[in-house]
Design a protein around this ligand. Structure first.
Ligand code: FAD
Ligand code: FES
Length: 261
């Protein structure tokens, strides 16, 4: 489904990170946590491809959709300059999304950089509150954690340069959070691929249920081009794996399904 969605707000959150709110009643009515939208950026004449962004907020009553994005290249530079009133053609909601935790589970959200945009809708709607483990290179890439605190989550931070929180990798915060979880822990994650692979392996070893949002580079976004594939375990294949299209079958996969090379 595609729709023309008017920009209501496009503001700087911090440094290179921005929040964009659209009037998108059809998308907001269907969205669920962990899904993404594929945005056609107007005036990007030399590049026709859409750009994928996690849904970082949706409100079916107000008919609004929020994305939180980092300015990294040509598309996001144009996006950053679009004023309220301009419309973008948006495809979505796309992808499978995260299954919601039950009231008997403690959600442990693990996010790297803008990955905290993808897990925020789940934090706001989860019946039981848990932990956000947020990692980044430095404080410049730590965003949205105040929103998790407001939602009742305990926030634990790691930075690789030690500028805030634990110095090191966000995966090093996992075991303490698992030990402190009052109910059955379930891990929900989004972030850079190396972080997700390390986290997925740890959760499989510890027999902890873990859902990984594998955000690969995408082109068509509808399953036609195979630009976005990842390897999943497949015992019926001679190599022990098969490709899966993250835009169509994902982006969320159980850590058990993922093929770790
Ligand atoms: C399912 C999904 C959800 C995403 N959610 C968000 C989000 O919530 N917020 C956000 O800021 N970004 C998100 N991204 C990444 C975002 O799509 C890219 O940053 C964006 O397409 C870059 O467009 P550009 O034209 O500005 O950059 P380009 O000029 O195309 O590229 C600039 C740089 O960004 C890198 N890049 C491009 N796509 C990706 C990607 N998928 N992952 C990592 N690096 C990339 C390129 O390698 C290059 O180094 C998501 C990607 C996917 C697949
Ligand atoms: S982006 Fe084309 S198949 Fe996924």
């Amino acid at each position: 489904m595609t729709s023309e969605c008017k920009i209501l707000e496009n503001v700087c959150l911090k440094g290179l990170y921005r929040r964009m709110v659209f009037s998108a009643p059809e998308i907001a009515a269907k969205a669920s946590p962990g899904q993404f939208v594929h945005i056609q950026i107007p005036e990007l004449r030399d590049r026709i491809l859409r750009r994928p962004f996690s849904i970082s907020g949706y409100d079916p009553e107000q008919g609004t959709l929020t994305v939180t994005y980092k300015v990294v290249g040509a598309g996001t530079e144009v996006l950053a300059k679009l004023p309220p009133g301009v419309s973008c053609n948006i495809m979505g909601p796309q992808g499978n999304g995260y299954p919601m935790p039950s009231a008997e589970e403690t959600p442990i959200l693990v996010a790297g950089g803008y990955g905290s945009a993808a897990t925020l809708p789940l934090a706001l709607r989860a019946p039981g509150k848990g932990f956000l483990l947020l990692g980044a290179r430095s404080t410049a890439d730590l965003i949205l954690y105040e929103e998790y605190e407001k939602a009742g989550f305990q926030v634990r931070i790691s930075t690789q340069d030690g500028s805030l929180g634990h110095r090191g990798m966000v995966t090093e915060l996992l075991d303490p959070a698992l030990a402190e979880a009052e109910k059955t822990p379930v891990v929900y994650a989004c972030g850079p691929t190396p972080m997700l692979m390390a986290l997925g392996k740890m959760c499989v070893e510890r027999r902890v249920r873990c859902l990984l949002s594998l955000d690969q580079h995408m082109c068509c976004g509808v399953g036609a081009c195979f630009a976005c594939v990842v390897k999943m375990k497949d015992s019926s294949s001679p190599d022990g794996w098969r490709y899966s299209r993250t835009c169509k079958e994902g982006p969320v996969y159980s850590a058990e399904e993922v093929y770790y090379a």
